[in-house]
Design a protein around this ligand. Structure first.
Ligand code: FAD
Ligand code: NAP
Length: 339
């Protein structure tokens, strides 16, 4: 065995769907040198490398015939502070939510709406994580990634990441970029984003008189705990499908049959539909077959009740996609990375 590689390791503890597939080889990297060493050893042995963070955006349908490299680097720091704007940096393996909480403890605003998202800092740019009207692109100040093709380090600016809705350059070039650390431009003054879903209402219910970043974070955590299954109790990967963005004419067609359709007009004239609403209307909410199911409170979330395989979950997802397409003429795109 090479270095500290382990063989035939179950990935069940390393993916939030808790799917029991095996990695042919497995190792962890706590710093840049360990990343480089793992990649060099894998190249020498002609073993492909599969990078994972928290495994919260993965659907694993088979054993992984590769070296699974688990990012375990830690560290967060203030890079600059002009009294108003503060640039912070965190290593890729830092768990996301504790990093958000640390930023709030420093009196910094900007990440509060992104509270309680599972996973790591290094994976957050992969799909430009977003929630409650904020995406990381809104507070992004740069990142450093290793080009696995050339072995060189490269710093990326906001524009170079080509962030989109649950999308980025890194997602579009799978396997090329290994993100080592990410920088965020945070602020000492709050620009609250409260108009999304039930955030404002929850602050009122909680008796909050002075809205602070910490109060917004607490409100969002309480909403999320109510609506979303905790992966520690019920395997899931969050939203299983992206919200489809479709032409306004198609929405009008749907509205003719379903006047209550949930639709959000976008700046470019297209309209975002709530995928969860489409799936619920199609009758899938709470559906269960074996251990693969659709969550009983949130139809956008597929769940593993225990022993479901990745193939069973994928098959269920495909059935839902076909049904929604047949009923509404809308294609649903999977959000988690399929392997
Ligand atoms: P992983 O699942 O480990 O990896 C995801 C992808 O990134 C894989 O392709 C992997 O190869 C790659 N990758 C991981 N680390 C690196 C790295 N350092 N460099 C290069 N590539 C890397 N997402 C949202 O956007 N908004 C939400 O509100 C949200 N809520 C969620 C709620 C729940 C309950 C769950 C389970 C998931 C939720 N997600 C949400 C999805 C998920 O948490 C995020 O996408 C998260 O950023 C994934 O991080 P991870 O470390 O778990 O990535
Ligand atoms: P929700 O509040 O029930 O709303 C349903 C959908 O409508 C959301 O997905 C959201 O789209 C959209 N929406 C709501 N208010 C909107 C507004 N004012 N303008 C435009 N679009 C609006 O959603 P939820 O499922 O409980 O999730 C709440 C937030 O957390 C959402 O932002 C969601 O994306 C995020 N989340 C993401 C994941 C994941 O795995 N990706 C998991 C859980 C929660 P958007 O999704 O485009 O924001």
């Amino acid at each position: 065995m090479t270095g500290n590689w382990q063989e035939q390791v179950s990935l069940k503890p390393y993916n939030t769907f808790a799917i029991d597939v095996r990695a042919r080889y497995f190792t962890q990297a706590s710093n840049d040198d360990q990343v480089r060493e793992a990649l060099a050893q894998a190249a020498a042995r002609q073993v492909p490398v599969f990078v994972i963070g928290g495994g919260s955006n993965l659907l694993l349908t088979r054993d992984i015939d590769a070296l699974v490299l688990h990012m375990a680097s830690r560290g967060r720091r203030v890079l600059s502070d002009d009294g108003a704007q503060v640039v912070v940096e965190a290593e890729a393996g830092e768990p996301w939510h504790p990093f958000v909480q640390w930023s709030l403890e420093q009196g910094l605003c900007g990440l509060e709406n992104l509270s309680l998202i599972p996973g790591t800092v290094g994976a957050a740019p992969m799909q430009n994580v977003g929630a409650y009207g904020v995406e990381i692109k809104d507070v992004f100040a740069g990142l450093t990634a290793l080009d696995r093709q050339s072995g060189e380090l490269r710093d990326f600016s906001l524009a170079e990441c080509a962030f989109g809705y649950r999308d980025s350059l890194f997602k579009r070039e799978p396997g090329r970029w290994l993100i080592l650390r990410v920088r965020f431009a945070l602020s000492r003054s709050l620009l609250p984003h409260l108009d999304y879903g039930p955030v404002r209402q929850r602050l009122v219910e909680q008796g909050v008189e002075q809205v602070t970043a910490k109060a917004i974070s607490a409100a969002i955590c309480s909403i999320r705990r109510e609506k979303l299954p905790d992966p520690a109790e019920l395997g899931n990967a969050g939203s299983f499908f992206k919200n489809p963005v479709v032409p306004a004419a198609l929405v009008e067609q749907i509205r003719a049959g379903f006047p209550q359709v949930v639709a959000y007009p976008q700046a470019d004239g297209l309209v975002k539909l709530a995928a969860g609403w489409l799936i619920e209307q199609a009758g899938w909410k709470g559906f269960r077959e074996g251990d693969a199911g659709v969550h009983r409170l949130q139809s956008l979330v597929l769940v593993n009740y225990g022993q479901a395989s990745g193939v069973q979950l994928h098959t269920l997802a495909q059935r839902i996609q076909a049904d929604v397409l047949a009923r509404f003429g809308v294609s649903l795109e999977m959000e988690p990375n399929l392997y």
